[in-house]
Write a protein that binds this ligand. Structure first.
Ligand SMILES: [Zn+2]
Length: 185
């Protein structure tokens, strides 16, 4: 998404909800290229899906691999997602508001659905951007509720959904249906 680059932003040690449920530790490797993620200055993204408080899937991915996948998705789908977000949330404004309230209170970033403003319910996904051992509080992190994930899935092209399903099959080792998109940002 086309958001202005930020200067220094607040960060906190990665909270437990962004740890790997499998190891009970912070993610240490990129799911795609297996590079090490723990070092300062290493930027990566985390996505986790929850169903009734259980982790349904999870991964961390380095910026390079994320960029590669994002370029494989259809530009039309990306535009539609951007538009969908743009109509519902101003991520710059959200960032300023939260940062003014209490920049290091990370929970407020994912306490409600970023798109609908509603409570998250039984099924939702969270997204975070990290640098080594820290969670960066910038445009991410955010959470998206199940209903909005469905809506986003609906606006993607068939190709893009196919590519995402492949990604999910290849890397997460679970069937693609029911799991949705790693939001490109
Ligand atoms: Zn990677």
């Amino acid at each position: 998404m086309d958001l202005p680059p930020l200067g220094p932003v607040p960060f906190v040690p990665i909270p437990k909800i962004f740890h790997s449920a499998e190891t009970d530790q912070p993610f240490d490797k990129c799911i795609s290229c297996s590079c090490e993620l723990g070092g300062d200055g290493t930027g990566y993204l985390i996505e986790k899906g929850f169903v009734k408080e259980e982790t349904a899937f999870e991964y961390a991915m380095c910026f390079e691999c994320h960029q590669k996948i994002a370029t494989e998705l259809s530009p039309a789908s990306m535009k539609r997602i951007e538009h969908y977000f743009g109509e519902r949330i101003d991520l710059e404004e959200r960032r300023s508001e939260i940062t003014e309230r209490d920049p290091k209170d990370w929970e407020q970033w994912i306490s409600r659905c970023v798109l609908s403003g509603k409570e998250l319910g039984d099924e939702f996904q969270i997204y975070g951007q990290c640098d080594g051992g820290d969670l960066v509080l910038a445009y991410l992190p955010y959470a998206i509720c199940g209903e909005e994930l469905e809506n986003i899935a609906q606006i993607l092209s068939k190709e893009t959904r196919g590519r995402i399903d492949e990604f999910v099959d290849d890397f997460l080792g679970v069937p693609g249906s029911g799991l949705r998109i790693p939001i490109p940002l």
